[in-house]
Structures are given as C-alpha cells and as structure tokens.
Ligand binder design. Structure first.
Ligand SMILES: Cc1cc2nc3c(=O)[nH]c(=O)nc-3n(C[C@H](O)[C@H](O)[C@H](O)COP(=O)(O)OP(=O)(O)OC[C@H]3O[C@@H](n4cnc5c(N)ncnc54)[C@H](O)[C@@H]3O)c2cc1C
Length: 492
C-alpha cells in the first residue's frame, strides 16, 4: 500500500475542524480529518446558539444591532487586548456563516438572548450543536473528505518550510501521513490538570470542574508550539457557576432553576459577595465564583421564595428551553426528591442557624447576613451591592434551602497566537507556513474572560468561522506548494 497523503490534514472533528475540512475540500484540496474520540463533534455537540450580527434572520425580526456596534463593544469589553483584525473577520463573516449553515440544512427557530439589555445575537440551533456536527460531517463526506475516528494526532512533522505531515495513531499504530498544510482544531486543554493549574491557578476537579469536554489535553496547542507558533490566551476559561452540581442532579433541573435566581448568595464564610443581579451573566458568575479556592459559594432561598417561583415565575431563564417568567410548577415535588438524596450539594433546615451548620458556616455570621439582607428587602434598597429592588425577596422560613454553587467551565479559550487569516504565528507575528489553528486552540480573541455580554454565542461562531477561514487558506497554501496528492484516498 502507498504511504497515506493529503493536501490538508485537520486535527479534530469539532465544528472548527469540520468547517475547515469542508472549505478546504470545496477549494479543491484533498482533506483528511483525524479525531481522537470514537465519535465526532467534541464539545461542539453541546452548544445551543451561535452569534451573528446582520443575519437575514435578524433582519426579518427588525434586530438592528450592527457589525460596527458589535465590533466596538467587543473591543471595549476586552480593553483592546484582542486582535482587532481577527475580531473584525469574525464579526464580518458571522451573518454569512448562518446562511452557510442553513444551506447545509441547519435550522434556526429563533434569534434570542438570555440576558437583559443585550443585543439579540444568539441564533438558536434546532437540535443543538449535535445537529450542526451532523450536517457538517455529512457535507464533508459528500465532498470526499476522509474522516477517521479513534485517530489521535500525536505530532506535526516539520518539513523544510512548513509541515511535511503528521503522525497519527491509526488502529493504534503510529502512522505518518504526508501533507502540505495542517489545520489544528483540537478543542483546547480543559482536561489538562497541570496546565489549568499553571495558567489559570485553579485545581481541576476541586476548585473548578470542566463540563462537556473529554480528553482535551491540549494536544494541538503543544503541536503548534513545537512548530514555532507563539503562545497567546492561555489561562482564559469559559467559566460558569452551577447550583446544585453533580451526577445526582439531571441537566437543567427545576431545583437548579430556583437556585440560580438572583436570591441571596453567600460565600463559604456565610457573607454576601456580589450583586446577585449578575445571575444573567455567566462569565461574571463564573469569575466571581472562581475567586473562592473552595470552589463554591451558596444560593439560599426559603418557602416564600419557592412559592414566588411557582406562582409568579423565575427571573432568569435556563438556556432557551426554560425562558424567564416560567413557573416552576413541579418545584415542590423536585425539592423533596432532591432533599431525599441527602446530597451535600443541596439541603434544607428549619432555621438559619441549622442551615449554617450544614453549610459548615459560622451560624452567627449567616444569621447576621440574613438579618442585614432582610433589612435591605424591607427598605427596598441594597446598601451593600445596589441589587435591583425587584430581586430583594426576604428570607423568613419556615424552611430554608441551600444549594452549593460550584465553579465549572465549558472549555479553555486560547493557546496559540494566530492572525486574522487563522495562520499560526511566531512571537513577532510572522506566519508559521502551512500551519493554521482554529476554535478553542486559538488565542487572540478573549483577553481575560469569555466575552459573551454583547456577543452571545461567540464561542461556536468563532469555532465555525475560524475553521472556515483556516480551511480556505490552508487549501490555497497547499495548492501553492504543488499539485494534489492522488495517493491519499486509496491509502487511508
Ligand atoms: C455544555 C456546553 C454548552 C455550550 N453552549 C454554547 C452556546 O450556546 N454557544 C456558544 O457559542 N458556545 C457554547 N459552548 C462552547 C462551544 O461549544 C465551543 O466553544 C465550540 O464548540 C468549540 O469548538 P472546537 O471545534 O474548537 O472544539 P471541539 O468541538 O471540542 O472539537 C475539538 C475536537 O478535537 C478532538 N481532538 C482533541 N485532541 C485531538 C488529537 N490529538 N487528535 C485528533 N483529534 C483531537 C476532540 O476530541 C474534539 O472532538 C458550549 C459548551 C458546552 C460544553
């Protein structure tokens, strides 16, 4: 059998990798995608909405947010520490990418948002990211892209100028695949405990827990660095706060719906620590929670607040499935079911002091916090953090509930310095020829936090758009290096 070859090798089959493969194949390149896991899509299977500005769907709904506003807001949010040309590319190609997906059969039932006062940029995907992964995988197959599962890429082989190939484990055996260009899209390092500690100062599984990431050991980032690419954006995590958290609690359950509301929140010492009105903003929530090396804070409510959520509905929605204003009709029943689990993540007591003991908090401190907070509720003004008076619901019992709110994250957001052509670059911005880095492996977008406030859904949009641009440019580069390599399909 001849040695396997491709024009463009793509590392990873998330939406960044698959989008790259499609664009490279459409440009005439012979493409191989290697995926470490047994099934495609990685973290991309989980997203719910994709950012875009100026899309046909937004125009139909009279959503007037412009590219320029989105660009300015993004750059200001990041204090101009992001790569402006990269951000501009992302924003400019966002609407067209929604059309591109619709042409592949992806459906968008709504354009919405989860936050008050935020522009409606979140294009809700029917069937979540999994539907996008399926559509892209189908298109890649139709274009003749070779997609191999259980095929972790181990390293990129350096040629005289750019990559000469990759070493990939095929059927468990390290195999050299020759190529002219490589697109790295391996989805970051969310499961790499050493790097999470080194770059983010958090202990994996103790002070912070990844969700929706498997086997993310930063392989692509390491390989790009080995090829001379510079580091950028290490330590930026897509942080969130989840209460209660654990395998015993189903995804987006009713009790979580109650616990994540802007009620009374206290730190591990039993004191308030923020304006709970930030409940709508995942990045702010994740950031404030991650200040605690214990890895958690608490959300407290009582029977009267419970009744509020049953009768009048919730303030903050849960994803797009449970919108704001929804009444938690089965809350009573779910509370009892969860309490019966006896979990240390969610519990109740008949007095503030008894609750404090279960929380391992000084009962005098918690009593004082609740009394002070109830005073703010009575006066209609939060002297500590100026929380919106609408959320000032006092706690009087008879039963008090506490959910531990854990610091979690949905992915790492950076690693390799790139330019707006999605080329990997060295510390001086000079491209590493033939090497492209897309999606969660790439830095230069988020300065220190996930920028979601005015650009909700930007993580998936960036993965798709950086992937597309990488694929286009990788194909162009490969063509410039010589003709297509016909031996590829027979050998892979
Ligand atoms: C629960 C959840 C909800 C989310 N919701 C949203 C949302 O609503 N909107 C939004 O914008 N974002 C959301 N995100 C974030 C978004 O899903 C990701 O940022 C995006 O999908 C990342 O795409 P990617 O292609 O870069 O990485 P991935 O999708 O993770 O793909 C990387 C792939 O590379 C593979 N790989 C790793 N190492 C190797 C190797 N050595 N060789 C071969 N393959 C390798 C991995 O197995 C993986 O399949 C969410 C994330 C989670 C977890």
């Amino acid at each position: 059998m001849s040695k396997p070859e491709a024009d463009v090798v793509v590392v990873g089959s998330g939406v960044a990798g698959l989008a790259a493969a499609i664009e490279a194949a459409r440009a005439g390149a012979r493409v191989a995608v290697f995926e470490k896991q047994p099934s495609p899509g990685g973290t991309s299977n989980f997203f719910e909405g994709i950012f875009a500005v100026g899309s046909a769907l937004q125009k139909e709904r009279y959503i007037a947010y412009s590219r320029d506003q989105a660009f300015r807001n993004f750059m200001e949010y990041n204090h101009w520490r992001s790569d402006a040309r990269l951000v501009r590319t992302l924003i400019n190609r966002s609407a067209e990418t929604i059309d591109w997906l619709r042409a592949l059969g992806v459906e968008f039932p709504d354009v919405t948002i989860n936050m008050p006062d935020a522009p409606r940029t979140y294009h809700v995907v029917k069937g979540r990211g999994q539907a996008v992964v399926r559509a892209l995988a189908r298109q890649a197959e139709d274009l003749g892209v070779a997609v191999r599962m259980n095929a972790p890429v181990e390293r990129v082989l350096a040629g005289e100028k750019g990559p000469a190939g990759v070493v990939v484990a095929l059927d468990g055996r390290p195999t050299e695949v020759a190529c002219r260009a490589v697109v790295i899209a391996s989805g970051g390092y969310a499961n790499h405990a050493e790097w999470i500690w080194k770059y983010a100062g958090l202990e994996l599984g103790r002070t912070v827990t990844p969700m929706g990431n498997t086997g993310k050991t930063g392989d692509g980032i390491r390989m790009a660095w080995e090829m001379g690419a510079a580091e950028e954006g290490m330590g930026v995590l897509h942080l969130i706060r989840v209460a209660p958290f654990g395998p015993e609690f189903p995804f987006m359950n009713t009790v979580e719906g109650a616990a994540i509301q802007p009620v009374l929140w206290v730190d591990p010492m039993g004191e308030r620590f923020c304006d709970e009105g930030i409940a709508y903003y995942d990045t702010s929530l994740g950031n404030v929670n991650s200040r605690y090396p214990q890895g958690y804070t608490f959300c407290l409510f009582d029977d009267a607040i419970k009744e509020h959520f049953i009768e009048k509905g919730i303030f903050r929605g849960m994803g797009t499935v449970v919108p704001p204003g929804s009444r938690l009709l089965d809350l009573e029943e779910q509370l009892e079911r969860f309490l019966a689990l006896g979990s240390p993540e969610f519990f109740a007591a008949d007095s503030v002091e008894a609750l404090a003991l279960k929380m391992e908090v000084d009962p005098r401190v918690l009593r004082a916090t609740v009394d002070r907070y109830n005073g703010f509720c009575a006066r209609g003004y939060d002297e500590e953090f100026a929380k919106d008076p609408e959320y000032l619901l006092p706690l009087g019992g008879p039963r008090f509930y506490a959910a531990r709110a854990r610091t979690c994250f949905l992915g790492t957001m950076g690693g390799v310095k790139i330019n707006h052509r999605i080329e990997a670059v060295d510390p001086f911005g000079r491209p590493v020829p033939g090497l492209y880095v897309a999606g969660l492996d790439a830095g230069g977008l988020h300065a220190e936090s996930y920028s979601m406030r005015d650009t909700s859904g930007i993580a998936s949009a960036f993965a798709l758009i950086s992937g597309r641009v990488a694929g286009e440019n990788a194909a162009e580069y490969a063509k410039g290096q010589g003709a297509s390599l016909p031996a590829f399909h027979s050998a892979l």
